[in-house]
Design a protein around this ligand. Structure first.
Ligand SMILES: Nc1ncnc2c1ncn2[C@@H]1O[C@H](COP(=O)(O)OP(=O)(O)O)[C@@H](O)[C@H]1O
Ligand SMILES: [Mg+2]
Length: 344
């Protein structure tokens, strides 16, 4: 039997597990401006690809989806090239909207997007714009001050276009960078919807593919706190080795996994990192203790704890907070222990 687990590239269709409520809210809810905030490898690209897939399979949807990955765009020229590439890659979008790539070549990104919306509406559809790696807007904002306000006006064209942005929490910084006299870029997109780890029964449904024992399944859920990438990574290796102890040790020591935690941790802001470091050092702590430790009020740490809990970094039980998954906790203990040698 072939290894049924996928750890690394995005998943959709029969390989996509869970998130039914979120998919429905995005497709059938009221809001036309949605920011889904999630940590790295939590399934942001998969979510967008699944939305695209679901809409393409549906006979009753009002939407035509277009997936647009901003990674590496860097400036407004890069955004335009990327958007053109998205149209080129999606034959079903071109067919539904009767757009030819030649109609778009040479246009600025804002003009191109305006054209896409106009042609979509003229063909009787609404545009479902699926924008991946939206942190790239931070880089764009550094090189170009006019393009973002123009894009914002198009994203918020009401019912003609429904925009779903995915990014880590870092995207919030964009409204600290932009001009005070232009409207905030994320207006309408905040507060974000958080992408959470999988629910336990969703992770179990995924693990059924490996025909593991019940104890093995429960141990994987406990150690990963249902983080979909870690579940898939461990399941994939366990499928080959059939030795859970060795697999857990191997994943805990894996360079790629440490690197993933390290890059992910840097997407959080200073207070969020300080809270997690505190828990890694001292174990479970109350909100009051945490607030004192990082010299903030309880009111100030509450929204931070909420976001961290939603993204799966920590779990809360009886008013006490601790790090959500064992692998992340081990990694953070290691780095805080070695940093602890230096004065703060
Ligand atoms: N809904 C899901 N069902 C099953 N596995 C998932 C799901 N979402 C993410 N994964 C796992 O996480 C990995 C990373 O997903 P991806 O969508 O690329 O995350 P991101 O874009 O947030 O970095 C995938 O390779 C897969 O192993
Ligand atoms: Mg991604």
């Amino acid at each position: 039997m072939r290894n049924p687990f996928i750890a690394g590239s995005w998943v959709r269709g029969e390989n996509f597990f869970g998130r039914a409520d979120l998919l429905r809210d995005i497709l059938e809810g009221e809001s036309d401006s949605i920011w889904v905030a999630g940590a790295r490898r939590l399934g942001k690209t998969s979510l967008l690809k699944q939305l695209e897939y679901r809409v393409q399979q549906s006979t009753q949807t009002p939407f035509v989806p277009l997936y647009w990955d901003l990674q590496g765009s860097a400036d407004s020229r890069g955004l335009a090239d990327g958007l053109l590439g998205s149209v080129e890659d999606s034959e079903s979008f071109r067919r539904a909207t009767d757009i030819d790539v030649e109609d778009l070549e040479g246009l600025s990104v804002a003009d191109m997007l305006t054209t896409l919306v106009r042609r979509t509406v003229r063909s009787g559809w609404r545009l479902l714009l699926l924008v991946d790696e939206a942190e790239e807007f931070l880089a764009v904002a550094r090189t170009d001050t006019v393009v973002l306000p123009r894009l914002r006006r198009i994203f918020q064209k009401g019912p003609d276009v429904r925009t779903v942005l995915t990014a880590t929490k870092r995207l919030a910084r964009i409204d600290e960078m932009t001009d005070v006299d232009t409207s905030p870029f994320l207006q309408g997109f905040i507060p974000p919807v958080y992408l959470t780890p999988l629910a336990a029964d969703e992770a179990r449904a995924l693990l059924v593919r490996g025909q593991f024992s019940k104890d093995e399944v429960e141990m994987v859920l406990e150690r990963t706190a249902n983080h979909p990438f870690l579940v898939q990574l461990i399941a994939s290796r366990l499928f080959e080795s059939r030795d859970l102890g060795a697999t857990l040790d191997q994943v805990a020591a894996d360079e790629m996994v440490s690197n993933f935690f390290s890059v992910d941790f840097q997407t959080l802001d200073g207070d969020e990192r300080a809270l997690l470091e505190q828990m890694a050092r001292d174990g479970a702590r109350s909100r009051k203790e945490l607030a004192q430790a990082i010299r903030r009020t309880e009111e100030a740490v509450e929204p931070l704890l909420y976001g961290l809990r939603m993204m799966g970094y920590l779990t809360a039980e009886n008013g006490s907070y601790r790090i959500g998954n064992w692998f992340f906790e081990r990694w953070l203990r290691r780095v805080t222990a070695s940093a602890g040698a230096r004065p703060a």
